[in-house]
Design a protein around this ligand. Structure first.
Ligand SMILES: *Cc1c(COP(=O)(O)O)cnc(C)c1O
Length: 387
């Protein structure tokens, strides 16, 4: 707490490496150790040495990550979970009760949609869908019992951009909380709490971890009171990040700023090449001036990130063929790692949205542009597209 307070004036790159990461008090180890432990010796009943009693409630490695997350998003409390969806589940069961209503984006992450449509709904939570890039569409979905507006920007897989400050205003007037899934941007490129959001959600599996070697999630609350309620539910529900997973995410975060700069540079080059390619019908990248959300992206993001989607001439079969022909771009789900990935959302990540309001175009290809040589990435895409 005092650590992050003293560090408030420091810049992002410094906080990423130092916030919550003081050298180990006992050994001087520069890197936070992996406290692979479940319980802690007490000096007499109730005499806790470092405030730790059981690792579901708190673990020193996880604490280091949680303090770091709070500092990077500019929140009062950070919490680390076993996965992004575990974080979302904890959030929705903390802020919603049966009968409450949530507005979710019409191109939400498929797993987020499934959590509301197939799980939360069974427990009496109502939801409706809006194109959150259109403030009027969001306002139209507000009901007297709306408690949460959920926003993902840039969105997955269509890379839509939502004006966080505008939706924060709508949420405030409706007496609802604004939740922003900041997975695609990361706190280096975008800081939703500063724009008025109440809670930030992360799949730390993606850019925060950054190396495709860990599954994790996070919640960061702007308000200390809500942070405390979330921490209560984190412990009560139990889907915490284990110490090794927390350590891997922390290790990833130290290079987040340099990775995001390179992801953004490479993605811009890829988007520009695709835009001029005869077999490509449309490129979806918020860094292109013709993108509908470009002006808002310029206003609220530092750069435009590593995700690029495009629609191809020739429909679904052509899209699937490009995915199959790519060599350097690995065919696979997930995103945000140093290596480039390619996928067909309609048949892969977003297959569960088929037939719903969140169904994605069948000619869509999604790229997670990595930090390899841009020239090599462009060459691979050209050959996959067939010259
Ligand atoms: C991956 C992802 C999630 C879910 O996170 P998991 O770590 O897979 O549980 C949520 N939101 C977005 C935008 C994602 O990309």
């Amino acid at each position: 707490m005092t650590d992050s307070h003293q560090q408030q004036h420091q810049n992002f790159e410094t906080l990423a490496i130092h916030a919550g990461q003081a050298a180990d008090a006992q050994t001087g180890a520069v890197v936070t150790p992996i406290y692979q432990v479940s319980t802690y010796k007490q000096d007499g009943v109730g005499g806790l040495r470092g405030g730790y009693e059981y690792s579901r409630s708190a673990n020193p490695t996880r604490t280091a990550l949680e303090e770091n997350l709070a500092a990077l998003e500019g929140g009062r409390r950070g919490l680390a979970f076993a996965s992004g969806l575990a974080a979302e589940d904890c959030l929705l069961r903390t802020v919603l009760v049966p009968g409450d209503h949530v507005v979710i984006p019409n191109d939400a992450y498929g797993g987020t949609f499934r959590l509301f449509a197939k799980v939360a709904e069974r427990w009496g939570v109502q939801w409706s869908v809006a194109d959150t890039s259109d403030p009027t569409a969001v306002r139209e979905q507000i009901r007297p019992n709306t408690k949460v507006i959920w926003v993902e920007t840039p969105s997955n897989p269509l890379l839509g951009i939502t004006d966080i400050a505008v939706i924060a205003d709508i949420a405030r007037h409706a007496g609802a909380k604004l939740v922003v899934d900041n997975t695609f941007a990361s706190p280096y490129l975008q800081q939703p709490l500063a724009l008025g959001a109440d809670v930030v959600v992360h799949s730390t599996t993606k850019y925060m971890g950054g190396h495709s070697d860990v599954v994790g999630g996070a919640l960061i609350a702007a308000d200390a009171g809500l942070g405390e309620e979330l921490a209560f539910h984190q412990n009560a529900m139990g889907a915490v990040a284990g110490p090794f997973d927390a350590w891997l995410v922390m290790r990833g975060i130290k290079t987040l700023a340099v990775r995001m700069d390179r992801h953004s540079e490479n993605a811009t080059k890829v988007a520009e090449m695709l835009r001029s390619h005869p077999k490509v019908a449309q490129v979806l990248y918020p860094g292109l001036p013709e993108h509908a959300g470009y002006d808002i992206a310029v206003k609220q993001m530092k750069a435009f990130g590593g995700m690029v989607s495009f629609r191809i001439q020739g429909g679904e079969e052509a899209a699937v063929e490009v995915c199959n022909r790519a060599k350097l771009f690995t065919l696979g789900e997930s995103l945000g790692g140093v290596e480039s990935l390619i996928e067909h959302p309609g048949r892969m990540t977003h297959a569960s949205a088929a037939g719903s309001a969140l169904e994605v175009p069948s000619d869509l290809v999604r790229l997670s542009v990595g930090i390899e040589s841009a020239d090599d990435l462009l060459a691979d895409l050209r050959q996959a597209l067939g010259a």
